[in-house]
Design a protein around this ligand. Sequence first.
Ligand SMILES: *Cc1c(COP(=O)(O)O)cnc(C)c1O
Length: 490
Amino acid sequence: MHYLSTRGDATPRKFCDILLEGLAPDGGLYLPVAYPVLSGDDLARLRKVYAEQGYAALAFEILSLYIDDIPAADLKALCEKTYTPAVFGTREITPLKKLQDASTGAAPTEMYLQALSNGPTLAFKDMAMQLLGNLFEYELQRRGEQLNILGATSGDTGSAAEYAMRGKQGIRVFMLSPHGRMSAFQQAQMFSLQDANIHNIAIEGVFDDCQDIVKAVSNDLAFKRQYKIGTVNSINWARLLAQVVYYFAGYFQASETIAKERWEGFSGVSFTVPSGNFGNICAGHVAREMGLPIERLIVATNENDVLDEFFRTGIYRVRGAADTHETSSPSMDISKASNFERFIFNLLGDDAELTRTLFAEMLPQQGFFDLSQHPRFKEARARFGFYSGKSTHADRLATIREVHEKYGITIDPHTADGVKVARPYIQPGVPMIVLETALPIKFAATIREALGREPERPLQFDGIEDLPRRVQVMPADTAAVKQLIVETCA
Ligand SMILES: *Cc1c(COP(=O)(O)O)cnc(C)c1O
């Protein structure tokens, strides 16, 4: 399997060539030259693998279709080391919980939550990041190289990266976060890590200041090369690929129930995905292209509705800082969706020239592009199954309350956006799977506002706020951050 750039650079590259890289040299995102397509027999075999051997074996089967530059035995060992019940809490790794079972007409209508947030940091990013940590360590050792990961976080990404990279050979993490602005639980999660290779840097500023410093350091190419600066952001193809696996696991679990209940005319499942940078749902798109029977892929946004606007109107209009709202589902607060280019490339029939024009010329020049009159825009729904919707703070609170009252389950604000947006798109006979992207304890303030009480706290996090902290507070100054990296690497 080879990889190419969405903007046309077709230098043949293998999986491990792009594993440690960010963007392609032409500024595009990497995609496989083609998605492997599975037959009905292949799907039946994968279903059996998942049922009999578990999630790690399923992950190995799917990853093998895209990775041919890691020996199979090694890749299998990496999957087995990553997806264990000890790390993710259950044998299924991403178990389904049934939310709704109301009959409408001939076929029952069901809604499920697929739990993706039982990993070490209680958000779905662990699903990919835990694998990435093991892949990075493996590949760096193979090359005899080191990597200094520099990142900026407002919460979930930073902690997922740190828990994935802690104690790993050849890797250091420098994670910038806005001083005093993450939730108390998120701060405690990150700052209580005592591993020598993890460096928490609280910047006196806002998230954008942190991101600007990361950009400034990365733009200093000499420094970047000398200090082997890398990233783990969501455009990394390996992260996206790891996420493809749980769409299969969700489908197999939901259709298992159906086989037992003998539904007539079962055609597939739908997924609703609380979305920000379009990484999670892009993995669903890849799974669907591979032949997984997915009816609909529903993009759920919060008040930052860049993506909902595109799927409704065909206009993709990125927002400025002033138009990017701070919401109570903060991990979806985006001004542009960094993985979106992958889908647009496929939507346009893999037209790299047009993709390049849209993302490298029109967006920077005018701040939007308009595909409403393009003949392929209607394919987003007709051919690719995409729908969308938006949820607000009031919707979030109402949904958290309703799900708690009816089913006795507390959901987090991001998952609530998913449940809210999913409802009008449920079809009779098609199970609707809403991806649960975080646990409520991470966002306690909103849970208190909705339910008037504290969310439940998994046992292992008892008293985490009282643990000793390892964090340095620094001014929003690129030179100071560089100096810290230089001293640490000395
Ligand atoms: C990152 C994140 C999202 C958004 O996922 P994308 O892949 O960026 O679309 C949604 N919910 C939670 C809890 C997250 O951490």
